[in-house]
Ligand binder design. Structure first.
Ligand SMILES: C[S@@+](CC[C@H](N)C(=O)[O-])C[C@H]1O[C@@H](n2cnc3c(N)ncnc32)[C@H](O)[C@@H]1O
Length: 231
């Protein structure tokens, strides 16, 4: 089973990781504020959260700063990205607030958690049964009625080239260097599995979620809000 794109073989990308999401993800910081607002409304101030693709630690650090009663379990297959997360969280979050596990959703503790997020990570997993398997692994670790927020690109075959062009132009206008843009386009073409919004919705439902709608969107980057159904 293909489970992930290997950040451990991209040391330069990891070293400069903090620079990249704001260049390539329209509204990156704002998406975290919107996610925090949705989660706060849904789970309150004392809760346990499963954070899939937690490498870098950016979203955990942001959430932890604002909600001292949230406790995070972060999961990521890349040791280099987990090291980056540890360094950030050591400096920016309370010691008792977080723990990290190397792997994918299937390697996470059973929970059950009050909420889960998967930001900019599940699109590394192909739609060959692996994506559904990972969504099911997330569902199994959540309480019934728990929110799940997922962010990544979605497009249609008829507009994929237009969306790549907008992706590159947005990064250029944000100040990204040409070679960084070329690498990002190439990684997205070869390593990311961009599905249609309809297929994303179908997979969420098959995995046992109710789709509530989008809580955020920036160009082709979608932020889905879903809720676990009773099993
Ligand atoms: C673009 S970074 C996103 C990191 C962070 N969530 C953020 O929004 O800044 C993608 C991360 O997803 C991780 N990843 C790749 N495949 C994964 C999978 N199957 N499950 C969980 N994380 C995965 C990578 O190792 C990497 O740390």
């Amino acid at each position: 089973m293909t489970t992930s794109y290997d950040f451990d073989h991209m040391p330069e990308h990891v070293r400069r990781y903090d620079e990249f999401p704001p260049l390539f993800v329209p509204g990156y910081e704002a998406s975290h504020a919107m996610a925090a607002a949705v989660l706060s409304e849904r789970i309150g101030t004392q809760a346990s959260l499963l954070v899939i693709g937690a490498g870098g630690g950016i979203e955990i650090a942001r959430f932890a700063r604002q909600f001292q009663g949230w406790r995070f379990t972060g999961v990521d297959p890349s040791q280099a990205m987990l090291d980056l997360a540890s360094a950030r969280l050591d400096a920016e979050a309370g010691e008792a607030q977080w723990s990290l596990v190397q792997g994918t959703a299937a390697d996470a503790p059973e929970g059950p958690f009050d909420a889960a997020t998967a930001f900019l990570c599940l699109s590394f997993v192909p739609d060959d049964g692996s994506r559904l398997e990972q969504l099911r692994a997330i569902r199994q670790r959540l309480k019934t009625g728990a929110p799940f927020l997922m962010i990544h690109a979605a497009s249609e075959p008829a507009r994929i080239e237009r969306d790549f062009a907008r992706f590159a132009e947005h990064a250029r206008l944000r100040g990204a260097e040409p070679e960084v843009i070329d690498t990002a386009v190439s990684v997205n073409r070869t390593g990311i599995h961009i599905l249609t919004p309809e297929r994303e919705a179908e997979l969420l439902v098959q995995a046992g979620f109710r789709l509530d709608g989008l809580f955020y969107r920036g160009l082709w980057i979608h932020g889905w809000e879903a809720t676990t159904c009773a099993v």
